[in-house]
Design a protein around this ligand. Structure first.
Ligand code: ADE
Ligand code: ZN
Ligand code: ZN
Length: 269
């Protein structure tokens, strides 16, 4: 009887741990994949610079999650994670960054910190962690959303099983979770790796403004159902259709992050 009780206690504990772990897992998968795959594409010089700067978090992939954790203590960094534009403003290059900052401005600022020979190790470490995180965020369409609904956070939705959610959450992680539940985490990652291989043959803009415009255009596309709040239910079919788009964004993020870091660390002038 005592053994049964202990077993029940242990399973309950495992369940609670699983639930609390999952609550943090939203876009973590995407961020970590962007950075760990970018790392694989770094030049030897860039790796040599990145390694000591990411050591404190265990790996460059893990270091890209820090910017989300630090929002609690550093409220001034909260607005650095997105750039919202109203519906009459579809051209990202015309967007003006609000007083409290925005994703594009924060990215440029942190690149400057990382390039500057006068900044300290700790400043560079933070800058690298921010940059890796921001390249992930700018590739998430809902991070270039509308200000009125907080980038889809207020666009209420239901999943196929009736679970309440919102547009932002769906694009942060629930599409990934859906595809992973269908094909497995490992295959999801392999598919992203495959896309990276294919996309490496393409030309890639070095400008974050262009990456942001792509995200905006995806957010505005009919099938997403964000514009006009048309989508009410994120059906399994919705998840299925948009899974490859999320994989594209992760793959492109990885390539562009590696290009950014290679150009920072290779051309030391
Ligand atoms: N808060 C306001 N806009 C947001 C966005 N686009 N993404 C995340 N949080 C937000
Ligand atoms: Zn973020
Ligand atoms: Zn988000």
């Amino acid at each position: 009887q005592r053994r049964t009780f202990t077993m029940i206690k242990n399973s309950l504990l495992a369940l609670v741990l699983m639930i609390s772990f999952n609550a943090n897992a939203w876009w973590d998968t995407g961020h970590e994949m962007v950075c760990s795959e970018a790392y694989n594409l770094l030049s030897p010089a860039a790796k040599k610079a990145v390694d000591p700067l990411s050591e404190a978090e265990g790996s460059f992939g893990r270091s890209c999650l820090w910017a989300d954790w630090v929002k609690r203590e550093r409220k001034d960094t909260r607005d650095w994670h997105y750039i919202n534009l109203s519906d009459d403003q579809q051209d990202v290059s015309e967007a003006r960054c609000p007083e409290n900052g925005c994703l594009i401005q924060a990215f440029h600022d942190q690149v400057k910190v990382l390039k500057n020979s006068q900044t300290s190790f700790l400043q560079k470490q933070e800058a690298l962690w921010f940059i890796g995180h921001f390249v992930g965020d700018i590739h998430q369409p809902m991070h270039v959303g509308y200000p009125e609904d907080l980038g889809g956070n207020r666009h209420q939705l239901e999943l196929a099983d009736g679970t309440k959610t919102n547009m932002h959450k769906v694009w942060d992680g629930q599409i990934i979770e859906y595809v992973e539940s269908k094909i497995g985490k490992k295959n999801f990652h392999l598919e992203v790796k495959n896309k990276i291989k294919i996309f490496l043959d393409l030309e890639h803009s070095p400008e974050i403004e262009n990456w942001a415009q792509e995200s905006r255009d995806i957010a505005m596309s009919d099938s997403v159902g964000y514009r006009g709040m048309l989508l009410k239910v994120a059906s399994n079919e919705y998840m299925e259709i948009h899974g490859p788009i999320v994989q594209d964004r992760i793959a492109l993020g990885a390539i562009r992050l590696s290009n950014t870091l290679n150009s920072i660390f290779d051309n030391k002038d």
